[in-house]
Design a protein around this ligand. Structure first.
Ligand SMILES: C[S@@+](CC[C@H](N)C(=O)[O-])C[C@H]1O[C@@H](n2cnc3c(N)ncnc32)[C@H](O)[C@@H]1O
Length: 293
């Protein structure tokens, strides 16, 4: 299924083993940005929405129903979340920022727009611009020690009284032998790239330490791969299968296997995830920016 139109010339991209990536010097992000990956991001969006039975947890319903409220989606990917939200809340204005120019530009709700920018270089907005700042699944995009600075930047563009919401997923638990090998290859990659695979455990303290928030809340959930979760578990496994397929150029050299062996390992991992009732934690932290800042 084709899910997005390209917004920029193909010179923004580079190709490795037939997969398309951002052509940006020094970019840490290891995933491709071709249609296979964009389809996966859509699938993942619907899995997460189903797990939480909602698109967000912060108490911002009234804000979203107000004329002209401004919402920022940081690292918006394909824009799945922003599209869903913009359709449900037509009075609010949604802006998605992402380094990858892959968002649809013609077929989209009129209250969504996108800006392609590297969020690690700061956000291209004035102080106190947004009523609600949302960020999801940026664990492999933000260097371990940069999280506090990044949260300060998100806070800068948030209006006093506005809400920040951060959502991350953690490593899988209860693993079979092949899954454990793949997980440890991913941990090796994370160490090497200075990524904190377990950042979800630290999000709350980052927000507390920022010092500009009150009303800090945490909503925890699990994404199970077991057959008992029916279609949801199967969709979660499909997501992991495509994700690790898309990580082939990163993980294959660490595992020191051929591409055939790698895909066999990913297939075995998917069977194990179901057989061993494996799961991942998924978290949402939301907090209100103090009025007197
Ligand atoms: C795992 S995807 C999550 C997408 C979306 N937030 C979601 O939940 O569906 C991570 C996104 O971060 C973007 N990204 C990675 N590094 C970035 C950077 N330095 N600046 C802006 N976006 C970045 C990627 O292009 C990708 O779209």
């Amino acid at each position: 299924m084709v899910v997005a139109e390209l917004t920029t010339s193909e010179t923004n991209f580079k190709y490795i083993d037939g997969r398309r990536y951002n052509n940006i010097e020094g970019l840490k992000y290891p995933l491709p940005n071709d249609y296979d990956e964009l389809d996966r991001l859509h699938l993942q969006h619907f899995v997460i929405r189903h797990i939480f039975q909602s698109n967000f947890s912060a108490p911002v319903e009234h804000v979203l129903n107000r004329d002209g409220s401004k919402v920022l989606d940081v690292g918006c990917g394909t824009g799945s979340w922003a599209f869903d939200m913009a359709t449900n809340y037509p009075k609010a204005e949604f802006i998605g920022v992402d380094i990858s120019p892959v968002q649809p530009y013609s077929i989209k709700p009129r209250n969504v727009s996108f800006i392609n920018t590297d969020v690690l270089n700061g956000l291209p907005f004035e102080d106190n611009t947004f009523d609600y700042v949302f960020q999801r699944l940026m664990v492999i995009s933000i260097p371990r020690n940069f999280w506090p600075d990044h949260i300060s930047e998100l806070t800068r563009v948030l209006k006093p009284g506005g809400y920040l919401e951060l959502s991350e997923i953690g490593p899988p638990y209860e693993l079979g032998p092949v899954s454990a090998k793949i997980r440890s290859a991913f941990e090796h990659f994370s160490e090497h790239k200075d990524i904190d695979f377990n950042v979800l455990c630290k999000l709350r303290s980052f927000v507390e330490q920022n010092g500009q928030f009150n009303d800090i809340h945490e909503v925890k959930n699990e994404s199970f791969f077991s057959p008992e979760t029916g279609k949801l578990g199967r969709a979660a496994i499909d997501n992991i299968k495509i994700l690790f397929g898309n990580l082939i150029s990163t993980l294959m050299p660490i595992l020191d296997v051929t591409s055939e062996e790698y895909y066999e390992m990913v297939n075995s991992m998917c069977k194990e995830l179901s057989d061993f009732n494996s799961y991942q934690h998924i978290i949402r932290i939301y907090a209100c920016k103090m009025e007197n800042n």
